[in-house]
Design a binder for this molecule. Structure first.
Ligand SMILES: [Zn+2]
Length: 74
């Protein structure tokens, strides 16, 4: 069996695991409202759809993310 098949399979498994991790992070109950929106872990405001589209795992709204990044000196 050519090595490339093993490699492809391993890559597929890794991608699936990453997708699974993303999905799990997105559906944390305390971060999801009843209507399916994701809320900021700091201020409880719904996170903008545009932000979630760009960063599906965003845990904070843009405002709180900026504060957080400043705290860490980034
Ligand atoms: Zn916030």
């Amino acid at each position: 069996m050519p090595d490339i098949l093993d490699e492809a399979k391993e890559l597929e498994i890794r991608h699936r695991q990453a997708a699974l991790d993303n999905a799990l992070q997105r559906t944390e109950p305390e971060q999801q409202t009843l209507d399916g929106r994701i809320i900021c872990i700091d201020c409880d405001s719904p996170i903008a759809h545009a932000r979630l589209a760009a960063k599906p795992n965003a845990a904070r709204c843009v405002h709180c993310q900026l504060i957080e990044e400043q705290k860490h000196g980034r």
